[in-house]
Design a protein around this ligand. Structure first.
Ligand code: SAM
Length: 269
């Protein structure tokens, strides 16, 4: 189902990679992913999340702190029975792998622009097609997907719409304004509003909000490493002052904060 990121023609399997009829060729990495991000589509040498952010997120998520978020996403995906699905901005693949488990018969794709992320993500499930690619130019055909997940990630709405078949939908998961409130109050004198409905103004014509729900729970982080990982995987890792970050990481008693996510499902008519 893959298309050439340079000329959009279908890609066929060639020895240890894929090739289009014009001869644009992309090798499969030793780890199993395909790099479909041509150098002319990169706006920096190493776009996307860097190794430190990816590893902090992997360790934090693997510890199970956001397990209820992934569980609910997987349930919502399974209820929709897609034949072909994609996780856009999959990061190191924690949520992707759980969607895949919930959709054992479906054809799954996952992409991220960060090589460090995809290199690690592809180890989670060799049956998925893992891609280094830009969400602005997804190497898949028009109307080829019935389900797209976008979790904590930027999103190119027009491109997501192009990929959906009629009746298919996009599940966007993002923080509500309550998310990590106690942490944000510790880090900043003035807590910035997350404006958690802002994305609703970006939904393209033809797509409508069919379902919305919120998942909220309290998270207790006992060890400093988990708190350091949480900071490192979010913008708080560079936005908050070093003193405030250290006071959260170094405190001896457990740190409790709210996790609050909204799931919005947009269907293409
Ligand atoms: C906050 S992380 C979320 C990762 C994953 N969905 C999760 O929740 O664990 C956002 C991800 O979007 C990726 N990203 C940013 N811009 C992108 C783009 N233009 N195309 C594809 N991925 C992009 C980053 O590399 C990063 O892995």
């Amino acid at each position: 189902m893959l298309t050439c990121p340079i000329c959009s023609a279908p890609l066929d399997a060639a020895d240890n990679g894929v090739v289009c009829p014009v001869g644009h060729r992309f090798d499969r990495a030793r780890q199993g992913y395909l790099n479909l991000l041509p150098v002319q589509h990169k706006n920096s040498r190493d776009p996307g999340d860097n190794q430190a952010m990816v590893e902090a997120r992997r360790d934090f998520l693997n510890a199970g702190h956001y397990a209820p978020v992934a569980r609910r996403l997987a349930e919502l995906a399974a209820e929709r029975h897609p034949a072909h699905w994609l996780d856009i901005g999959c990061g190191e693949g924690y949520y992707t792998a759980q969607i895949a488990t919930a959709l054992p018969d479906a054809d799954g794709y996952a992409l991220d622009i960060s090589r460090e992320a995809v290199k690690r993500a592809c180890k989670r499930n060799p049956d998925l097609t893992w891609l280094i690619a830009s969400m602005a130019r997804v190497p898949l055909p028009d109307a080829s997907l019935q389900f797209i997940a976008s979790v904590f990630s930027p999103l190119d709405w027009a491109e997501a719409r192009r990929l959906l078949s009629p009746g298919g939908g996009l599940m966007r998961v993002g923080p509500t304004n309550e998310h990590l409130m106690e942490l944000r109050q510790r880090l900043y004198d003035e807590v910035r509003d997350y404006a958690d409905e802002k994305h609703l103004a970006l939904v393209p014509e033809g797509m409508t909000l069919q379902h919305s729900e919120t998942l909220t729970f309290k998270l207790t982080l006992v060890d400093g490493q988990a708190r350091a990982n949480l900071l490192a995987m979010t913008p708080h890792g560079w936005r908050a002052s070093a003193e405030r970050r250290a006071s959260v990481v170094d405190q001896t008693e457990p740190f409790e904060t709210t996790v609050s996510m909204r799931y919005d499902y947009f269907v293409l008519q």
